[in-house]
Design a protein around this ligand. Structure first.
Ligand code: HEC
Length: 136
């Protein structure tokens, strides 16, 4: 009888352990998509950002953001970019930096939204996510 009770206890413990594992595993299975979804929504889609960069920014900032002499600045070593939050960087891209701006360093205009007014806020979030990957 005692053995039987022990067996019952063992079985229920095993069942509990399995349930915990199953629950944990299930939760773990659910979590990555949720976690991947939240930062992606907040931080932007790098692949789409790369696409938009290639259609709007690359003409002046070059392949991989290395800059083009006499046009856009090098983004891979930019302290300015590194020092801004994503929101500040989006603000900057929206305004651009006219040569009349005392902060302009080249005498060449960085046009608002890179000269592409069709870019939405969401597009800019994606572009910023891509620009972050360029920094060395
Ligand atoms: C017509 C050319 C041109 C296009 C297109 C362009 N830029 Fe620029 N960008 C510039 C120039 C020129 C500067 C440097 C301005 C200065 O002298 O301070 C600059 C500067 C910047 C800076 C600041 C870099 C630093 O270190 O100060 C960022 C960030 C930037 N551009 C982002 C973008 C993004 C993102 C796009 C695409 C949406 C884009 N630019 C499209 C010309 C351009």
């Amino acid at each position: 009888m005692r053995k039987f009770v022990m067996l019952l206890i063992t079985i229920s413990l095993l069942t509990l352990a399995l349930a915990a594992c199953g629950g944990g595993g299930g939760g773990g299975g659910d979590q990555p998509p949720v976690q991947a979804g939240a930062p992606a929504a907040a931080a932007g889609d790098v692949a789409n950002g790369a696409k938009l960069f290639k259609s709007t920014c690359i003409a002046c900032h070059g392949e991989g953001g290395v800059g083009v002499q006499g046009l856009g600045k090098n983004m891979t070593t930019s302290e300015f970019i590194a020092g801004l939050s994503d929101a500040e960087l989006i603000d900057f891209i929206k305004k651009g930096r006219d040569p009349s701006d005392p902060l302009n360093t080249t005498g060449v205009a960085m046009p608002p939204k890179g000269g592409n007014p069709a870019l939405t806020d969401e597009n800019l979030v994606d572009i910023v996510a891509y620009v972050r990957t360029l920094h060395k």
